[in-house]
Design a protein around this ligand. Structure first.
Ligand code: EPU
Length: 302
Protein backbone atom coordinates (compact mmCIF):
# COMPACT_ATOMS: atom_id res chain seq x y z
CA UNK A 1 0.00 0.00 0.00
CA UNK A 2 1.62 3.22 -1.17
CA UNK A 3 0.77 6.42 0.69
CA UNK A 4 3.96 8.48 0.53
CA UNK A 5 2.71 10.42 -2.52
CA UNK A 6 -0.79 11.01 -1.07
CA UNK A 7 -2.02 14.06 0.90
CA UNK A 8 -2.38 11.83 3.98
CA UNK A 9 1.44 11.58 4.11
CA UNK A 10 1.64 15.36 4.68
CA UNK A 11 -1.04 15.16 7.40
CA UNK A 12 0.84 12.33 9.12
CA UNK A 13 4.05 14.37 9.00
CA UNK A 14 2.21 17.29 10.60
CA UNK A 15 1.29 14.90 13.42
CA UNK A 16 4.99 14.18 13.99
CA UNK A 17 5.10 10.86 12.12
CA UNK A 18 7.56 9.92 9.36
CA UNK A 19 6.39 8.20 6.20
CA UNK A 20 9.09 5.93 4.77
CA UNK A 21 8.42 4.62 1.26
CA UNK A 22 9.24 1.18 -0.06
CA UNK A 23 9.88 -0.91 3.02
CA UNK A 24 11.05 -4.41 2.08
CA UNK A 25 9.97 -7.14 4.47
CA UNK A 26 12.84 -9.27 3.14
CA UNK A 27 15.12 -6.81 4.94
CA UNK A 28 12.90 -6.25 7.97
CA UNK A 29 12.08 -9.77 9.12
CA UNK A 30 14.38 -12.42 10.53
CA UNK A 31 13.03 -14.94 8.01
CA UNK A 32 13.97 -12.60 5.17
CA UNK A 33 10.64 -13.18 3.46
CA UNK A 34 7.87 -10.83 2.38
CA UNK A 35 6.74 -8.12 0.00
CA UNK A 36 7.00 -4.35 0.07
CA UNK A 37 4.88 -1.48 1.33
CA UNK A 38 5.19 1.99 2.87
CA UNK A 39 6.00 2.44 6.53
CA UNK A 40 4.89 4.98 9.11
CA UNK A 41 7.32 5.62 11.94
CA UNK A 42 5.26 6.48 15.02
CA UNK A 43 7.56 9.14 16.44
CA UNK A 44 4.89 10.92 18.42
CA UNK A 45 3.09 8.50 20.76
CA UNK A 46 0.46 11.06 21.79
CA UNK A 47 -0.74 11.38 18.19
CA UNK A 48 -1.07 7.61 17.57
CA UNK A 49 -4.86 7.49 18.13
CA UNK A 50 -5.41 10.40 15.71
CA UNK A 51 -3.04 8.91 13.14
CA UNK A 52 -4.86 5.57 13.23
CA UNK A 53 -8.26 7.30 13.02
CA UNK A 54 -6.97 9.16 9.97
CA UNK A 55 -5.83 5.92 8.30
CA UNK A 56 -9.19 4.29 9.08
CA UNK A 57 -11.13 7.23 7.69
CA UNK A 58 -9.16 6.98 4.42
CA UNK A 59 -9.69 3.20 4.28
CA UNK A 60 -5.95 2.50 4.62
CA UNK A 61 -5.30 -0.78 6.40
CA UNK A 62 -2.36 -1.01 8.79
CA UNK A 63 -0.37 -3.55 10.78
CA UNK A 64 2.15 -3.07 13.58
CA UNK A 65 5.68 -4.28 12.98
CA UNK A 66 7.85 -4.94 16.02
CA UNK A 67 11.29 -6.49 15.68
CA UNK A 68 10.19 -8.79 12.84
CA UNK A 69 11.63 -11.84 14.56
CA UNK A 70 8.50 -13.99 14.77
CA UNK A 71 6.81 -12.98 11.57
CA UNK A 72 6.07 -14.57 8.18
CA UNK A 73 4.87 -11.96 5.68
CA UNK A 74 3.15 -12.62 2.35
CA UNK A 75 4.91 -11.98 -0.96
CA UNK A 76 4.36 -9.10 -3.39
CA UNK A 77 2.80 -5.68 -2.89
CA UNK A 78 1.28 -5.65 0.62
CA UNK A 79 -2.28 -4.28 0.90
CA UNK A 80 -1.57 -2.42 4.17
CA UNK A 81 0.94 0.07 5.55
CA UNK A 82 3.26 -1.00 8.33
CA UNK A 83 3.42 1.03 11.55
CA UNK A 84 6.61 0.89 13.54
CA UNK A 85 7.94 2.49 16.71
CA UNK A 86 11.40 3.98 16.18
CA UNK A 87 13.99 3.02 18.81
CA UNK A 88 13.66 5.55 21.63
CA UNK A 89 16.96 7.12 22.63
CA UNK A 90 16.99 7.13 26.46
CA UNK A 91 14.43 4.37 26.63
CA UNK A 92 15.25 2.50 29.82
CA UNK A 93 15.56 3.33 33.48
CA UNK A 94 15.65 1.46 36.75
CA UNK A 95 14.19 2.42 40.14
CA UNK A 96 14.88 -0.13 42.89
CA UNK A 97 13.76 -3.47 41.51
CA UNK A 98 11.58 -1.97 38.80
CA UNK A 99 12.62 -1.33 35.18
CA UNK A 100 10.78 1.05 32.84
CA UNK A 101 11.32 0.05 29.23
CA UNK A 102 10.13 1.29 25.84
CA UNK A 103 8.37 -1.32 23.70
CA UNK A 104 10.74 -0.52 20.83
CA UNK A 105 13.76 -1.68 22.86
CA UNK A 106 15.40 -4.96 21.96
CA UNK A 107 14.63 -7.79 24.34
CA UNK A 108 18.29 -8.85 24.62
CA UNK A 109 19.45 -5.28 25.30
CA UNK A 110 16.80 -5.02 28.02
CA UNK A 111 17.92 -8.24 29.71
CA UNK A 112 21.56 -7.07 29.83
CA UNK A 113 20.63 -3.51 30.90
CA UNK A 114 18.63 -4.91 33.82
CA UNK A 115 21.44 -7.36 34.66
CA UNK A 116 23.89 -4.44 34.92
CA UNK A 117 21.52 -2.97 37.53
CA UNK A 118 21.51 -6.28 39.43
CA UNK A 119 18.02 -7.18 38.25
CA UNK A 120 17.60 -10.76 37.08
CA UNK A 121 14.77 -13.17 36.33
CA UNK A 122 14.98 -12.84 32.55
CA UNK A 123 18.17 -14.83 31.94
CA UNK A 124 16.29 -17.41 29.83
CA UNK A 125 15.18 -14.72 27.40
CA UNK A 126 18.69 -13.61 26.50
CA UNK A 127 18.93 -15.15 23.02
CA UNK A 128 15.31 -14.52 22.05
CA UNK A 129 15.39 -12.00 19.21
CA UNK A 130 12.86 -9.21 18.81
CA UNK A 131 11.48 -6.16 20.57
CA UNK A 132 9.98 -5.79 24.03
CA UNK A 133 6.64 -5.00 22.34
CA UNK A 134 6.64 -8.28 20.44
CA UNK A 135 7.78 -10.17 23.52
CA UNK A 136 4.87 -8.72 25.52
CA UNK A 137 2.36 -9.40 22.76
CA UNK A 138 3.38 -13.08 22.53
CA UNK A 139 4.50 -13.61 26.13
CA UNK A 140 7.93 -14.63 24.86
CA UNK A 141 9.52 -17.42 26.81
CA UNK A 142 12.50 -19.75 26.96
CA UNK A 143 14.28 -21.92 29.52
CA UNK A 144 11.60 -21.58 32.16
CA UNK A 145 11.22 -17.79 31.86
CA UNK A 146 8.23 -15.96 30.42
CA UNK A 147 8.24 -12.17 30.25
CA UNK A 148 4.62 -11.97 31.49
CA UNK A 149 5.70 -13.08 34.98
CA UNK A 150 7.48 -9.77 35.48
CA UNK A 151 5.00 -7.34 33.91
CA UNK A 152 3.42 -4.87 36.33
CA UNK A 153 2.05 -2.25 33.95
CA UNK A 154 1.78 -1.78 30.20
CA UNK A 155 1.14 1.48 28.39
CA UNK A 156 -0.44 0.80 25.02
CA UNK A 157 -2.64 1.98 22.19
CA UNK A 158 -5.81 -0.03 22.76
CA UNK A 159 -7.62 -0.82 19.53
CA UNK A 160 -10.94 -1.46 21.27
CA UNK A 161 -11.09 2.07 22.75
CA UNK A 162 -8.97 3.84 20.12
CA UNK A 163 -7.04 5.46 23.00
CA UNK A 164 -3.74 5.27 24.85
CA UNK A 165 -4.28 3.31 28.07
CA UNK A 166 -2.39 1.89 31.02
CA UNK A 167 -3.14 -1.70 32.00
CA UNK A 168 -2.06 -3.24 35.29
CA UNK A 169 -0.22 -6.56 35.02
CA UNK A 170 -3.05 -8.24 36.91
CA UNK A 171 -5.51 -7.14 34.20
CA UNK A 172 -3.53 -8.91 31.48
CA UNK A 173 -3.66 -12.68 30.91
CA UNK A 174 -0.30 -14.20 30.01
CA UNK A 175 -0.46 -17.80 28.81
CA UNK A 176 1.95 -19.98 26.85
CA UNK A 177 2.85 -17.81 23.79
CA UNK A 178 -0.52 -16.10 24.11
CA UNK A 179 -1.89 -13.03 25.90
CA UNK A 180 -5.18 -11.20 26.30
CA UNK A 181 -3.90 -8.31 24.13
CA UNK A 182 -5.72 -7.93 20.81
CA UNK A 183 -3.67 -8.25 17.59
CA UNK A 184 -4.45 -4.58 16.87
CA UNK A 185 -3.14 -3.36 20.26
CA UNK A 186 0.20 -1.58 20.16
CA UNK A 187 2.53 -1.85 23.13
CA UNK A 188 4.31 1.40 24.01
CA UNK A 189 6.01 1.05 27.40
CA UNK A 190 6.26 -1.51 30.15
CA UNK A 191 7.05 -1.57 33.85
CA UNK A 192 8.84 -4.78 34.87
CA UNK A 193 9.37 -5.89 38.46
CA UNK A 194 12.44 -8.11 38.69
CA UNK A 195 14.22 -10.04 41.42
CA UNK A 196 17.43 -8.43 42.70
CA UNK A 197 20.50 -10.58 42.01
CA UNK A 198 24.20 -9.85 41.77
CA UNK A 199 25.32 -9.11 38.17
CA UNK A 200 27.82 -11.99 38.24
CA UNK A 201 25.11 -14.50 39.14
CA UNK A 202 22.83 -13.24 36.35
CA UNK A 203 25.72 -13.42 33.90
CA UNK A 204 26.37 -17.05 34.83
CA UNK A 205 22.68 -17.87 34.16
CA UNK A 206 22.83 -16.03 30.84
CA UNK A 207 25.92 -18.03 29.85
CA UNK A 208 24.19 -21.35 30.55
CA UNK A 209 21.13 -20.37 28.46
CA UNK A 210 23.33 -19.11 25.61
CA UNK A 211 25.24 -22.38 25.52
CA UNK A 212 22.04 -24.45 25.53
CA UNK A 213 20.62 -22.36 22.72
CA UNK A 214 23.80 -22.49 20.65
CA UNK A 215 23.87 -26.27 21.10
CA UNK A 216 20.33 -26.90 19.83
CA UNK A 217 19.15 -24.05 17.59
CA UNK A 218 20.26 -22.88 14.11
CA UNK A 219 21.22 -19.37 15.20
CA UNK A 220 23.23 -18.47 12.09
CA UNK A 221 20.36 -19.10 9.68
CA UNK A 222 17.34 -17.03 8.76
CA UNK A 223 14.39 -18.25 10.84
CA UNK A 224 11.50 -17.07 13.00
CA UNK A 225 12.48 -19.38 15.85
CA UNK A 226 10.05 -22.21 16.46
CA UNK A 227 7.41 -22.36 13.76
CA UNK A 228 4.82 -24.32 15.79
CA UNK A 229 3.72 -24.08 19.41
CA UNK A 230 4.39 -27.19 21.44
CA UNK A 231 1.20 -29.20 21.91
CA UNK A 232 0.17 -29.78 25.55
CA UNK A 233 2.64 -32.22 27.08
CA UNK A 234 4.50 -32.74 23.78
CA UNK A 235 7.28 -31.35 21.64
CA UNK A 236 6.67 -30.26 18.05
CA UNK A 237 10.42 -30.41 17.33
CA UNK A 238 10.74 -33.98 18.58
CA UNK A 239 7.72 -35.18 16.55
CA UNK A 240 8.93 -33.56 13.33
CA UNK A 241 12.40 -34.99 13.92
CA UNK A 242 11.01 -38.48 14.61
CA UNK A 243 9.25 -38.34 11.24
CA UNK A 244 12.65 -37.88 9.59
CA UNK A 245 11.77 -34.45 8.28
CA UNK A 246 15.00 -32.56 9.04
CA UNK A 247 16.18 -31.15 5.70
CA UNK A 248 12.71 -31.59 4.16
CA UNK A 249 12.03 -28.56 1.97
CA UNK A 250 9.74 -26.71 -0.39
CA UNK A 251 11.98 -24.54 -2.57
CA UNK A 252 14.33 -22.71 -0.19
CA UNK A 253 11.99 -23.11 2.82
CA UNK A 254 13.59 -25.90 4.80
CA UNK A 255 13.20 -27.80 8.08
CA UNK A 256 16.42 -27.07 9.95
CA UNK A 257 18.93 -29.93 10.24
CA UNK A 258 19.64 -28.71 13.74
CA UNK A 259 16.20 -28.25 15.32
CA UNK A 260 13.17 -29.66 13.53
CA UNK A 261 10.76 -26.98 14.80
CA UNK A 262 12.89 -24.25 13.17
CA UNK A 263 12.03 -23.71 9.51
CA UNK A 264 14.76 -21.73 7.80
CA UNK A 265 15.00 -19.63 4.68
CA UNK A 266 18.01 -21.29 3.06
CA UNK A 267 18.36 -18.64 0.35
CA UNK A 268 15.41 -17.01 -1.41
CA UNK A 269 12.34 -18.73 0.00
CA UNK A 270 8.97 -17.15 -0.73
CA UNK A 271 6.10 -16.94 1.74
CA UNK A 272 4.23 -19.38 -0.42
CA UNK A 273 7.11 -21.93 -0.12
CA UNK A 274 7.12 -21.52 3.65
CA UNK A 275 3.34 -21.88 3.94
CA UNK A 276 3.43 -25.04 1.80
CA UNK A 277 6.14 -26.48 4.04
CA UNK A 278 4.14 -25.60 7.16
CA UNK A 279 1.00 -27.27 5.77
CA UNK A 280 2.91 -30.33 4.62
CA UNK A 281 4.61 -30.86 7.98
CA UNK A 282 1.37 -30.18 9.88
CA UNK A 283 -0.40 -32.78 7.75
CA UNK A 284 2.31 -35.39 8.33
CA UNK A 285 2.24 -34.81 12.10
CA UNK A 286 -1.57 -35.02 12.09
CA UNK A 287 -1.48 -38.34 10.22
CA UNK A 288 1.28 -39.87 12.34
CA UNK A 289 0.37 -38.56 15.79
CA UNK A 290 -3.22 -37.34 15.54
CA UNK A 291 -1.98 -33.95 16.80
CA UNK A 292 -2.97 -30.66 15.14
CA UNK A 293 -0.01 -28.30 15.39
CA UNK A 294 -0.73 -24.61 15.78
CA UNK A 295 1.70 -22.09 14.32
CA UNK A 296 3.71 -20.06 16.80
CA UNK A 297 4.98 -17.67 14.15
CA UNK A 298 2.62 -14.79 13.28
CA UNK A 299 1.49 -14.99 9.67
CA UNK A 300 0.49 -11.89 7.70
CA UNK A 301 -1.50 -13.17 4.74
CA UNK A 302 -2.50 -10.51 2.22
N1 EPU B 1 14.07 -32.38 20.00
C1 EPU B 1 14.36 -33.37 19.12
N2 EPU B 1 14.67 -33.00 17.84
C2 EPU B 1 14.71 -31.72 17.43
C3 EPU B 1 14.39 -30.71 18.34
C4 EPU B 1 14.08 -31.06 19.64
O1 EPU B 1 14.34 -34.55 19.45
O2 EPU B 1 14.99 -31.48 16.24
C5 EPU B 1 13.76 -32.76 21.41
C6 EPU B 1 14.86 -32.26 22.34
O3 EPU B 1 15.90 -33.19 22.44
C7 EPU B 1 14.10 -32.10 23.64
C8 EPU B 1 12.70 -31.71 23.19
O4 EPU B 1 12.60 -32.09 21.82
O5 EPU B 1 14.03 -33.30 24.34
C9 EPU B 1 12.42 -30.22 23.35
O6 EPU B 1 13.36 -29.49 22.56
P1 EPU B 1 14.00 -28.09 23.04
O7 EPU B 1 14.58 -28.25 24.40
O8 EPU B 1 14.86 -27.61 21.95
O9 EPU B 1 12.79 -27.15 23.25
P2 EPU B 1 11.53 -26.88 22.36
O10 EPU B 1 10.33 -27.34 23.13
O11 EPU B 1 11.68 -27.40 20.98
C10 EPU B 1 11.03 -24.55 23.40
C11 EPU B 1 10.55 -23.26 22.82
C12 EPU B 1 11.75 -22.46 22.30
C13 EPU B 1 12.71 -22.22 23.43
C14 EPU B 1 13.16 -23.58 23.98
C15 EPU B 1 14.04 -23.44 25.21
C16 EPU B 1 8.34 -23.52 21.85
C17 EPU B 1 7.56 -23.77 20.62
N3 EPU B 1 9.67 -23.52 21.72
O12 EPU B 1 11.57 -25.30 22.31
O13 EPU B 1 11.25 -21.21 21.87
O14 EPU B 1 13.83 -21.50 22.98
O15 EPU B 1 12.00 -24.33 24.41
O16 EPU B 1 13.27 -23.06 26.30
O17 EPU B 1 7.76 -23.29 22.91
C18 EPU B 1 10.41 -19.94 20.03
O18 EPU B 1 9.48 -19.63 20.74
O19 EPU B 1 10.50 -19.52 18.86
C19 EPU B 1 11.43 -20.83 20.56
C20 EPU B 1 12.46 -21.23 19.83
Amino acid sequence: MRISHLPIATKLKEMGMDVVPNLSMVENTYLGIGGTTDQILLRNYEAIPDAIRLLDSEGIKHRFLGGGSNLLVDDGELPYVVLHLPQAAPGMRVEGNVAYVEASAELGTTVTFCAKHDLGGMEGLIGVPGSIGGALRMNAGAYGTQIGTHVREVELYRASSGRLEKLQGSDIRFDYRHTSFAPEDLMLRVKLELPQKPFKEILAGIKVCNEKRRGSQPLNQKSAGCIFKNPAGGSAGRMIDELGLKGHHVGDARVSDRHANFFVNAANASCSDMLKLIDDVRERVRTAYGVELETEVIIWKN
